[in-house]
Ligand binder design. Structure first.
Ligand SMILES: *Cc1c(COP(=O)(O)O)cnc(C)c1O
Length: 384
């Protein structure tokens, strides 16, 4: 079975792990943690970083540390991995879910603006949702597949309505839009995930990067049981969400290979986009041929009218040795969030079933890629 995306551990991973074992620094103290954090600051042009146990933890603590409080609403797209919404819930807040743009697949900022204008009011510099009475305290765009979000426009909207901007860049380490790295676009915080299927992995892990020193310090404090001294003194109810030196060792070895990984991702993405152009019922992922994505996942999408067709293609791939899972089911269709505040989902409701994320490991063998293209041709050639 050709997998969708698996870790590529051909660098210094084993060497650094051996160093952890030799020095016995395997837990939440050790030199690899700050080395990894420094490397993340460089990769995102950010001043401060807190490496944590997962991307979900990073989002949760970034929201809390930026001032999101219990009962608040946080704006987020519905077309995302459920962890985005879970992080909002873990912070005690509630997602306010929006559609995505047809040509970007990321948060529809026009829909956000129109709803903020008509369904909220400003009081004392804070934005309140009229119907629920809840404060709207943050906006959390998701860089889906590593794709571009207009962070400058997001920031403008946020300033108007007194919102914090937290970017779910779980899969977008290394992203660069218009020559700017993620830390240079004015967001309050940017969160990464280093789960096993992400572009770089720690096994499991995540990080917050920001230019706001107090925000990162507060997140790091909360992540380490809110401990205030070397003794057992704690000043609030904290969490245990730190990264370990073992994980950071793997992360550092991985980030050393980031340029190579991004190049490989881009090449695979371009191959699938070019392929899609030759079939009437297939479309390329948005922006897939520009420099504006990290191409975490790549593939193509079904543009035809027979909505049973995507499921048939998935089955056909499975029968031909290609692992092809369904794409993320939107948050507003998930059991824990069906009653959650959400706007019209014209694009999201239609789009999610049509997306095929094809094999795109950074070390995908040429022969495997050729097999995926051949199987795809056999299916879509006949289904024209
Ligand atoms: C992977 C992912 C997360 C969660 O990261 P974990 O490390 O698995 O907790 C959050 N948001 C998006 C968009 C992701 O792809």
């Amino acid at each position: 079975m050709i997998p969708t995306a698996i870790p590529n551990l051909g660098g210094n991973e084993a060497k650094y792990l051996q160093e952890c074992i030799t020095t016995t620094f395997v837990s939440t103290a050790g030199p690899f943690i700050s080395r990894f954090e420094d490397a993340l600051c460089v990769a995102s042009a950010s001043k401060y970083c807190a490496a944590l146990s997962s991307g979900t933890a990073a989002l949760h603590l970034a929201l809390t540390a930026s001032g999101v409080e219990s009962g608040d609403l946080v704006i987020s797209p519905s077309l995302t991995f459920i962890a985005s919404a879970n992080a909002i819930s873990h912070a005690g807040a509630h997602p306010w879910l929006f559609d995505v743009g047809a040509d970007t697949w990321t948060l529809d900022l026009l829909q956000c603006e129109s709803k903020l204008e008509t369904e909220t009011e400003m009081r004392d510099g804070h934005c309140y949702h009229l119907k629920t009475g809840r404060r709207v305290s943050a906006i959390m765009p998701v860089l889906i597949m590593g794709n571009r979000v207009d962070i400058v426009a997001t920031k403008k909207l946020a300033l108007r309505f007194g919102l914090r901007v937290i970017i779910d860049a779980a899969a977008a380490i290394g992203a660069c839009f218009d020559g700017l790295l993620l830390g240079q676009m004015g967001a309050d915080a940017i969160c990464f995930s280093f789960n096993g299927n992400k572009t770089i992995t720690c096994g499991g892990g995540g990080a917050i990067v920001s230019n706001n020193k107090a925000l990162v310090a507060r997140a790091a404090h909360l992540a380490s049981t809110a401990r205030t001294s070397r003794d057992y003194d704690h000043d609030e109810i904290g969490y245990n969400l730190r990264i370990t030196n073992l994980e950071a060792a793997v992360g550092l070895a991985q980030i050393e290979q980031l340029p190579t990984f991004l190049k490989a991702k881009k090449k695979t993405a371009a191959t699938y986009s070019n392929f899609a152009q030759h079939y009437n019922m297939l479309g390329a992922f948005p922006l897939a041929q520009s420099d504006n994505s990290t191409h975490w996942f790549s593939g193509f999408w079904y543009t035809g009218i027979d909505l049973d067709c995507p499921a048939r293609f998935r089955e056909y791939c499975e029968n031909n040795g290609i692992h092809l899972r369904s794409f993320w089911k939107p948050v507003h269709l998930q059991l824990p969030y069906v009653t959650c505040l959400h706007e019209e989902m014209t694009i999201t409701d239609d789009l999610w079933r049509r997306i095929f994320t094809l094999p795109c490991s950074t070390h995908l063998p040429e022969a495997d890629l050729a097999h995926v293209l051949e199987v795809s041709h056999n299916f879509w050639g006949e289904n024209q």
